[in-house]
Design a protein around this ligand. Structure first.
Ligand code: AMP
Length: 815
């Protein structure tokens, strides 16, 4: 039966087919093999029917390895029906089975001797069975018990071999069938007259391998029974991952297709909070120390935000460090923040009974954007005795008292002449979480330093039928440089709303265009840079009847209760007061006498006395008691304006923190001084510091803790009276001169009341300010007033009493 061609056919089995099979194996890695004759060297032992049909033979491949094949080549007789049946093949769970057949077929045309029944095809069958029941007869050898899979034709048939005996005409065909339901099956190859060789048969099925995808693990899954079937496989989230249902469908699934490929994923898992992905969605790893992940998802762990830390791995949030917090509205991944520092540069402005407080944002906002301010208002006793109390409900805050977002607040309805302390607290949304008290800036504001105080009285200087000239003293507390005065007046018989005003830069004014013989109501108030002070009480003055001669003040007293007295009146007032006290007069008191009483008691009739600093054992103690130490950094020296006994006198500016700047005179103690000189220099301040009167030069303080030692006083723009009068000779009216004299008299009277003798009163020791207000200065040569009349006095100098007399006389002479 072996022809040359057959021999050739057998010889071709040593070609490169084995390589091809191996390659196929590599690629088809998802195949589960049920049967494989490749490389079989011992007898395979399949059943052939009839026995002279298929024949199992051993051949050598090109590498001289022996292999087992099945061949058939019965072409001489027609009606061939040769069957070859495999052993029972267990299904092992496969639903659909694939058969890969390696075979070669002789080309019918090349075999001239062969009948026309020559075939180049064969047919593949299968038969399912739960047990291995096959025998030589069963299943019967025809279609019926067997299910046909396909008739398989060779793509490549061969006709001859090359010189080395090889041909390259190997066919590889794959056929599949299913679904399989029984425990196992047989395959059968039916030959109908071909000359062919079955080189290798592989039976396998596809499966999808166990995989981890999208943080879910899927078990190995066998492909379905149909070519197009998709087998659903539920997944399980890997450790530290959880289902992230984005589609609304529950469950994580993959589908295994007919060729063992995973496809169509539904749902997925994601790493839990505190865990992040490693590999490509394969596993979830705890966030390292110092990092966190707040929620389930694919985001990586992030480093802890500012002022927070994560001391353990796998943190879902970072905890705040000490003194740092998250507010209720902060996200858990937000940085931790602290309370703000105190507001900066708190300052104020006073207008009337209203204080405007302004400040700058705190330097440290605690790492937050939100910052609010609360205002705490306290009323404090004038001296340090006693504690401060919260301001009353009538105090108003604009725009509000707490939760201010702006750096300013207007506080109104404050009481006059009261020391207030304002605290501006800076708070933010974590302040209430903090055990620390809010930081605040504080400022003291004294409403008494606000506007000038009320002018106590007015004097009629002269009057005519259509005019009245009035003068008035400077307010007791000017609280700054008086810029001008405003006089308000109206006809007493008319409505107050029809009043007129007149502004005067001096403390005297003539009101014109009045009607004869009418009573007018007058009020006056002073203005400083801070604003107007309150109006004085109402005073009534009457114009002359038509035809009367104009008259000066000393001729007649003012008509009604509100009349004022000149400097002369001081003595009269004192006398009246003393008499009133002694005789306890029962006469009806007018508002005017009331005012006199107050004036006298305020002056104290010598209640408070001057103390000679030389009586102190330690002169420095006197300085500490009577003079305020000023920080030298608050002082700006601008120019030298004169020279005194101990050194230069300069013009400069003084600015206490949080207060307005004002001009001052600065007396310096020249270097190289002796202790004695220093004591003497500073004794002037110890004396001056005891006085408080509008006509006595006011001491601001001293600088003793740095060099040069300084005495700071209010600045008097027009310098000393003697040079001022010389410069302006002939330029002053009599009334202005009288006003100045009256001021000096008031100052001297005050000093006298304090038991102080000046002993060097002279025009050169009187200083004049821009409002022509004269003030007594130069206390360097002071002496205690003793009863002993032998106490030496300066030749040519006047004592206080004498001066009062002199002024009185002068006024009378002038008028
Ligand atoms: P004294 O040492 O007080 O005699 O001052 C010398 C000079 O400095 C005076 O004659 C004034 O011209 C001037 N002077 C002193 N104190 C003041 C002051 N408070 N305001 C303006 N000038 C002053």
């Amino acid at each position: 039966m072996d022809s040359n061609a057959d021999i050739s056919a057998r010889r071709v089995l040593g070609m490169d087919w084995l390589w091809m099979v191996c390659l196929f194996h590599l690629v088809a890695s998802l195949e589960e093999i049920l049967l494989d004759t490749t490389g079989e060297t011992s007898e395979i032992g399949w059943t052939s029917h009839p026995p002279d049909g298929w024949e199992e033979v051993s051949v050598r491949d090109d590498k001289e390895r022996q292999i087992r094949t099945f061949q058939v080549c019965n072409m001489d007789e027609p009606g061939q029906n040769n069957w070859l049946r495999t052993h029972f093949i267990e299904r092992r769970g496969a639903h659909r089975v694939h058969v890969r057949i390696h075979f070669s077929v002789r080309d019918c045309a090349s075999m001239r001797t062969v009948a026309s029944t020559c075939k180049e095809t064969f047919t593949l069958y299968y038969h399912q069975s739960d047990v291995d029941i096959a025998s030589q007869e069963l299943p019967e050898w025809h279609e019926g018990p067997w299910t046909k899979v396909d008739t398989i034709a060779a793509d490549e048939s061969f006709s001859q071999v090359d010189r080395t005996g090889k041909v390259v005409r190997m066919n590889v065909k794959v056929r599949s069938f299913g679904p399989l339901t029984k425990h196992g099956f047989y395959l059968a190859f039916q030959d109908s007259g071909a000359c062919m060789s079955l080189v290798a048969v592989q039976v396998f099925f596809y499966k999808c391998p166990a995989v981890v995808r999208g943080f879910a693990s899927f078990p190995e899954t066998f492909a379905g029974g149909e070519r197009t079937s998709l087998v659903e496989s539920p997944g399980t989230c890997v450790a530290n991952a959880e289902e992230a249902s984005t589609t609304g469908s529950s469950g994580v699934r993959l589908h295994c297709n007919g060729e063992g490929e995973w496809m169509v994923a539904t749902g997925r898992c994601s790493c839990k909070a505190g865990y992040q992905s490693v590999g490509s969605e394969q596993a979830c790893q705890a966030c390292p120390i110092g990092s966190f992940k707040a929620s389930v998802g694919d985001d990586p762990c992030l480093p802890c935000p500012a002022h927070s830390h994560a001391p353990l791995p796998g943190s879902t949030e970072c905890v705040c460090q000490n003194h740092y917090y998250r507010s209720a509205s902060d996200n858990s991944d937000a940085p931790c923040t602290g309370i703000p520092s105190a507001p900066r540069d708190l300052s104020y402005e006073i207008v009337g009974s209203t204080v405007l407080l302004t400040w700058r944002l705190p330097k440290d906002l605690g790492g937050r954007k939100d910052v609010f301010f609360n205002v705490i208002c306290k009323e404090c006793p004038a001296r340090s005795a006693g504690t401060c109390v919260r301001c009353g409900d009538n105090v108003q805050f604009e725009p509000r008292q707490v939760g201010l977002t702006e750096s300013r607040v207007q506080v109104s309805n404050l009481l006059a002449r009261v020391q207030y302390t304002f605290e501006i607290q800076a708070v933010n949304l974590v302040t209430e979480l903090s055990s620390e008290a809010p930081q605040y800036a504080t400022i003291n504001v004294s409403t008494s330093q606000s506007v000038p105080s009320t002018i106590p009285m007015m004097h009629q200087v002269s009057r005519a039928a259509s005019s009245i000239t009035l003068s008035w003293p400077q307010p007791d507390q000017p609280n700054g440089v008086i810029l001008d005065y405003q006089l308000r007046y109206f006809d007493k018989a008319e409505d107050e709303d029809n009043s007129f005003t007149l502004t005067s830069e001096t403390n005297m004014a003539t009101v014109l265009n009045l009607s004869p013989g009418r009573i007018y109501v007058f009020q006056v108030r002073a203005r400083t840079a801070v604003g107007y002070g309150p109006y004085s009480g109402k005073m009534y003055f009457q114009t002359l009847m038509g035809g009367e001669h104009s008259e000066m003040a000393q001729d007649r007293l003012p008509l009604i209760v509100g009349s004022a007295l000149g400097g002369l009146a001081f003595l009269v007032i004192a006398a009246i007061a003393i008499l009133a006290i002694i005789f306890k007069s029962k006469r009806r008191e007018t508002p005017y006498t009331d005012r006199l009483q107050q004036y006298i008691s305020a002056r104290g009739l010598g209640v408070k006395y001057y103390i000679d600093p030389s009586t102190y054992e330690d002169p420095n103690e006197a300085i500490r008691e009577f003079a305020k130490e000023i920080d030298v950094s608050f002082i700006k020296i601008e120019e030298v304006i004169g020279s005194g006994e101990f050194g230069e006198v300069c013009f400069g500016r003084l600015k206490h923190p949080g207060k307005r700047e004002y001009t001052v005179a600065i007396k310096t103690l020249k270097s190289g001084y002796t202790d004695e000189q220093r004591r003497e220099f500073l004794s002037e301040a110890s004396i001056m510091g005891q006085f408080e009167h509008p006509n006595v030069i006011h001491l601001e303080g001293v600088v003793t803790k740095s060099r040069p030692v300084m005495i700071i006083t209010e600045f008097m723009e027009n310098g000393s009276l003697d040079s001022f009068l010389r410069q302006k000779e002939g330029q002053f009216s009599v009334l202005q001169l009288v006003g100045m004299l009256r001021g000096i008299a008031a100052g001297m009277r005050y000093l006298s009341d304090m038991n102080y003798v000046h002993r060097d009163l002279a025009a050169r020791n009187i200083l004049v300010n821009s409002n022509l207000v004269c003030k007594v200065s130069d206390f360097g040569l002071s002496r205690f007033l003793e009863d002993d009349a032998s106490n030496p006095t300066y030749t040519g100098a006047l004592d206080t009493w004498q001066f009062s007399q002199l002024v009185t006389g002068t006024v009378i002479d002038i008028l």
